[in-house]
Design a protein around this ligand. Structure first.
Ligand code: 5GP
Length: 170
């Protein structure tokens, strides 16, 4: 199945000049979405995960059904201030300013093999910050995967983990 045919490219979102790849149309098509999750399951199997992490918010949509399919636990990597109870933060640099991602304390046990999922890899900043956060609590980040990768931005060069994507855009 041609999964790219189920992804809508929206010009000038969220800012003029940006072409945004929208997975709403993929999610709305049960057979295409099932195939997406099945293909992700195949590419992450060699990473031998104990646990899957999803990055807010489309990473939740990607990782949660995959965790269910593989019989694994799922944890949320969220923007600051969204998770209840004690959290562990990691702050990283953006082009202008900083951003912070968090997980709940105790969500990862030291030595657990975690695989991180998001819908799309662009510059790699969000994914590499999530890798550092999971390492901060003792997780072993076994790999990462996304549905889409904007190859021309070379985000994977920023990652020091094995990385897989289903669809590449130049
Ligand atoms: P990065 O940190 O790699 O530059 O950006 C990746 C993050 O931005 C991901 O969390 C992803 O959801 C979001 N993102 C950036 N561009 C797009 C896009 O064109 N489509 C979608 N669906 N997400 C995007």
């Amino acid at each position: 199945m041609d999964l790219k045919a189920h992804i809508r490219a929206v010009p000038d979102f969220p800012k003029p000049g940006i072409l945004f790849y929208d997975i709403s149309t993929l999610l709305a098509h049960p057979a295409a979405w099932k195939e997406t999750v099945d293909r992700l399951a195949k590419v992450i199997a060699p990473f031998k995960p104990d646990l899957l992490a999803g990055i807010e918010s489309r990473g939740f949509l990607t990782a949660a059904p995959l965790a269910l399919e593989l019989g694994l636990g799922f944890l949320m990597v969220r923007k600051k201030g969204k998770l209840p109870g004690p959290t562990v933060p990691y702050t990283y640099d953006l082009e202008y300013g900083t951003d912070t991602v968090e997980i709940q304390e105790g969500a990862v046990q030291p030595g657990q093999r975690v695989v991180i999922l998001d819908d799309l890899l662009a510059t790699g900043g969000t994914l590499s910050a999530s890798v550092e956060l999971l390492r901060k609590v003792g997780g072993e980040v076994a790999g990462g995967a996304c549905i889409m990768e904007l190859s021309f931005l070379k985000g994977r060069d920023k990652l020091d983990i094995p990385f897989e994507s289903l669809l590449q855009y130049d």
